[in-house]
Design a protein around this ligand. Structure first.
Ligand SMILES: NC(=O)c1ccc[n+]([C@@H]2O[C@H](COP(=O)([O-])OP(=O)(O)OC[C@H]3O[C@@H](n4cnc5c(N)ncnc54)[C@H](O)[C@@H]3O)[C@@H](O)[C@H]2O)c1
Length: 359
């Protein structure tokens, strides 16, 4: 692998751990929720030499049965039955957003580690309770912000941390994807405040907001507006949003997200820094203040229907298990995951009240 993209921020990779597990230690996994994101988790577990998929759970018995057969494991329709199994170490939660809180708390209270799909929860109070449960039980809580493992994200983070770019002054970012009526009608939780917890911001754009605050630092205040432009009558929540965010270090970010585009484009993100302008648009363009230019090709460029999600679930999952086995802390824990959720929830409040919200 290109040295510039190597490992960082993989916690477990500082050693030769990734050179190959000799099979001394393998952890057993169960996955709750056999929907759209499920194959990404299941395939990563199949490839992993540190984990083995033992059981799948879905309230839809047919779905659970099909996936159990495909991945040669056991099936359940009630997740609590998996929690009583002594041989399961880690439970992945891939269910609708409103179920994350109850399931994550139950999993950790049963003595198992949890790898939770984003968002942490549909509100900040529940998210805080999940974090509290991780502390009291001493169990590991990992959250799937896999885009932090994209080679381009790693390159930018390393470049910023190296100090070469200087202070970050500003940022602008656009996430323009396509979701139609069929997508929202396919599952009843989608497009609802009570079950999805919001629209484009809490679901699709959460990854971009996570990256922005990871690159820039703590957000301080924001003002936002949300709207339902094309899917009114189909969804209760927003399909389009814009946020102006101020950061504690003085940087300012303009963010726009919409599901009303005609295709799923890569995230456009520009960082205006003291000594350089860094532009992510699939690949990375850097323009230095002395006029020099650099282009870093995205090595992950692939075709495939979910490429725009980011292709790094496998890396995140491998790192998560690596951390459990080597006893290291997994980087994207509850404290990290709540940051983007707080921004999104403040954006909803700002749009509702018309006020600037402090964070
Ligand atoms: N990280 C990413 O890039 C990414 C991508 C897609 C989805 N996700 C996240 O993954 C989660 C699931 O999304 P999805 O698109 O796969 O949803 P989905 O609706 O396609 O699948 C959810 C599955 O959970 C099952 N389910 C519902 N209630 C259940 C219960 N009580 N017990 C067991 N199973 C239950 C449903 O039957 C369904 O099969 C969400 O949090 C979503 O935001 C993340």
């Amino acid at each position: 692998m290109d040295e510039r993209f190597k490992h960082y921020p993989l916690q477990a990779a500082e050693s030769d751990f990734y050179a190959g597990n000799e099979g001394e230690k393998v952890l057993s996994a169960a996955v709750i929720g056999c929907g759209r994101v499920f194959p990404t988790h299941a395939d990563a577990l199949v490839k992993s030499s540190y984990a083995k998929l033992k059981a799948v759970v879905d309230i839809d018995e047919t779905r659970a049965g099909e996936m159990a057969e495909k991945y040669n494991c056991e099936q359940y329709t009630d997740y609590r039955d998996v929690l009583t199994r002594k041989d399961i170490d880690v439970v992945h939660i891939c269910t609708p957003h409103h179920l994350h809180f109850r399931m994550a708390v139950d999993v950790m209270n049963s003595g198992k580690h949890v790898l939770l799909e984003k968002p942490l929860a549909i509100n900040v109070d529940d998210a805080q309770k999940i974090i509290e449960t991780a502390k009291t039980t001493g169990k590991s809580l990992g959250v799937c912000f896999q885009n932090r493992y994209n080679p381009t994200s790693i390159w930018i983070k390393q470049f910023l941390d190296s100090g070469r770019a200087g202070r970050i002054i500003g940022c602008r970012a656009f996430l323009t994807w396509y979701r139609d009526e069929e997508y929202y009608k396919s599952e009843q939780w989608r497009g609802t405040w009570s079950m999805e917890g919001g629209g484009v911001l809490i679901n699709q754009a959460l990854h971009s907001i996570d990256l922005i605050q990871w690159f820039i630092g703590e957000a301080d205040w924001l003002k936002a507006s949300i709207d339902t432009r094309l899917l009114k009558g189909v969804i209760e929540v927003e399909d389009t949003a814009e946020i102006t965010i101020g950061f504690k270090n003085g940087a300012k970010c303009l963010f726009y997200a919409s599901l009303c585009y005609t295709m799923n484009s890569p995230l456009f993100l520009e960082l205006h820094c003291e000594n350089a302008v860094i532009t992510l648009n699939d690949g990375i363009y850097v323009t230095y203040s002395d006029g020099k230019e650099e282009f870093i090709q995205n090595p992950d460029k692939v075709s495939g229907s979910v490429a725009y999600w980011g292709l790094s679930h496998e890396k995140l999952i491998e790192d998560y298990y690596g951390c459990l086995i080597t006893g290291k802390s997994f980087l994207i824990d509850g404290e990290q995951a709540i940051k983007s959720l707080k921004i999104v929830k403040a954006a909803y409040e700002s749009s509702r009240t018309g006020e600037t919200i402090g964070l």
